[in-house]
Design a protein around this ligand. Structure first.
Ligand SMILES: NC(=O)c1ccc[n+]([C@@H]2O[C@H](COP(=O)([O-])OP(=O)(O)OC[C@H]3O[C@@H](n4cnc5c(N)ncnc54)[C@H](OP(=O)(O)O)[C@@H]3O)[C@@H](O)[C@H]2O)c1
Length: 318
């Protein structure tokens, strides 16, 4: 499939009446997405993060550039499922057209979240699952509106491919996964060379998005890789680790791009692609190229297992 020639300014339609929710909107690709989508006059953009100052700065900026767009910052710490659940009560609209599960962490030191889950899995998968669960009724209601076009876009990473043999190793999620370190590099974000290393949270993003698509056929749910992008996620890595990320991306012929390019794939999936262009459950590489999934990432059985495991975890959270 050829790369889509996509210019968000020209190719995103008028988003009249639409309500959008973007996690991790205070920096990097999430903030770039808020800025780009606001130009097309949606009714309201909710965005989330911990950094309230950055949240207010973005609201002030958008109020200047696109005064008709309603803006709400939802302060949440995604290392705590109760913080996420509480913040979601700040979502008060009766429709939600576009949810972009964008927030993410990578290569943090070994830790567990407030709720006792490996920190990357907690933020990148579980916290998003909590948000999805909280807004699912409104997403579903929105599918019943005339001309509805409801989308969920999950940010994964091409690193999902380096998953453990069984895709998601449920037995390790309630640990720090300290074993998944090699030569001092922390690879819990996803890499799996042999049995040792583990990038299960990013394959979870792929599998969970596909499962949403299967369970709720009126919602288009996809996962996307943005490319290797010079955001703080990568810029703040230790030098050797950063060299590894950049080096492998260059070697694979993909290079490293800045935010103006890195934002494109998620913007295309969220609002640029025509509804019938987007295949629910698919994984896309930049821009709009259907990526190949391996048997594990395609596994409907694993999709069901991840869904019910996640449901059980979330049900215990107040
Ligand atoms: N950049 C890349 O090369 C690359 C490659 C592949 C995939 N991705 C994926 O793209 C997505 C966006 O990454 P990015 O490069 O834009 O990262 P970034 O610049 O580091 O921004 C991360 C965003 O996530 C939020 N966040 C992080 N931890 C959080 C927490 N505990 N609670 C609430 N919000 C939190 C941050 O907000 P606060 O600081 O306000 O909390 C920030 O807005 C991620 O899912 C990442 O895995 C990126």
């Amino acid at each position: 499939m050829p790369r889509v020639n996509f210019d968000p300014d020209k190719d995103i339609p008028f988003l009249q009446d639409k309500v959008i929710f973007i996690t991790g909107g205070t920096a990097g690709l999430g903030r770039a997405s808020v800025r780009a989508l606001a130009k097309h006059d949606p009714a309201h953009i909710y965005f989330a993060g911990r950094n309230a100052q950055a949240g207010q700065a973005l609201i002030d900026e958008i109020k200047n550039t696109s005064p008709s767009v309603g803006m709400t910052f939802l302060k949440m710490d995604m290392t705590s499922l109760s913080s996420v659940k509480k913040a979601c009560t700040g979502f008060t609209h009766d429709r939600l057209d576009i949810l972009v599960c964008n927030a993410g962490i990578m290569d943090l030191p070994p830790a567990v979240s407030e709720d006792g889950f490996e920190i990357h899995f907690a933020v990148n998968h579980l916290a998003h699952a909590m948000i999805i669960q909280q807004v699912l009724p409104v997403l579903q209601r929105t599918t019943e509106l005339p001309d509805s076009d409801v989308r969920v876009v999950a940010l994964t990473s091409a690193g999902w491919r380096a998953h453990p043999k069984n895709g998601v190793d449920f037995a390790t999620i309630r640990t720090k996964q300290e074993d998944f370190t090699m030569m001092g590099f922390n690879l819990r974000y996803g890499a799996n060379w042999g049995e040792l290393l583990n990038r299960q949270n990013k394959i979870a993003n792929v599998i969970y998005a596909a499962e949403i698509g299967r369970r709720y056929p009126k919602i288009k749910a996809v996962s996307i890789h943005p490319g290797v992008v010079t955001t703080d996620l990568v810029n703040n890595l230790p030098p050797m680790r950063k060299a590894f990320v950049y080096g492998t991306s260059w070697l694979l012929g993909n290079g490293v791009v800045d935010e103006s390019k890195g934002r494109l794939n998620q913007l295309w999936a969220a609002a640029g692609a025509k509804r019938d262009e987007l295949v629910s459950g698919a994984y896309y590489t930049p821009v709009g190229v259907r990526g190949k999934l391996d048997e594990i990432a395609k596994s409907e059985e694993l999709g069901r297992e991840l869904w019910s495991w996640t449901d059980e975890v979330l049900a215990k959270m107040v």
